[in-house]
Design a protein around this ligand. Sequence first.
Ligand code: PGA
Length: 256
Amino acid sequence: MARRTFIAGNWKMNLGPQAADRLAMDLKAALAGQTAVDVAVAPVAVSIPGVVARLKHTGIHVAGQDLAVEASGAFTGEVAGEMLREAGCTWVIVGHSERRSLFGEDDALINRKVHAAFRAGLLPILCVGETLAQRDAGQVEQVLERQLSAGLAGLQADQLAAMTLAYEPVWAIGTGRTATPDQAQEAHAFIRGWLRKTAPAFVADQLRIQYGGSVKPANAASLLRQPDVDGALVGGASLKAADFVKIIEAAPHMAA
Ligand code: PGA
């Protein structure tokens, strides 16, 4: 079954309101009329309102990079999903490897954030992926299975089908070392097979799995051509409009 390609740009802690507006303006111009691929960008929280305003009526979605578990209260420094939704976000990245490794987020917390996203009316992009040590130790499937079963615990089938997973091998993030198309396909097929075992068939058919980790214009087409790679979560290359647009244009039905 055909899944619409979904390309998301994770701007990480880059681009304050002014620079984010310039990039949004460039994307708006370059992607006008583009409807074949679903596109989202994830600015830092303070840049979200401006980017939402700039991208109004373009069809380009805006995502948060993280969200709090709680809806409001004494949680200094946090941003609630409800606030992201009010600001105009439709998606939110959850469990990025930088949140896991630098900010101590574990699978249980990430699961609570996934539920918080749905409560707030946001669709999560849940990131999973192994470290180099785990890959070298032959633990890729074990790690993915743990991250998936804990991270997705308690979700309804229709929630699973609507959300997105991002397979991001930690060793490929920001390193310039991309997984080969075969490595990506192998992990994506494992994830889809796990979904097929644990959820109704429509979940595995519909849920989109993005690949993330040093996706660039030069490698996007070969990754996106893999049958179980339904899109990309792009970090560094999403900060330049020309590169991000080239990655979007590399989606199989765009390039055809
Ligand atoms: P990268 O980041 O494209 O810069 O490797 C990907 C990500 O962390 O989502």
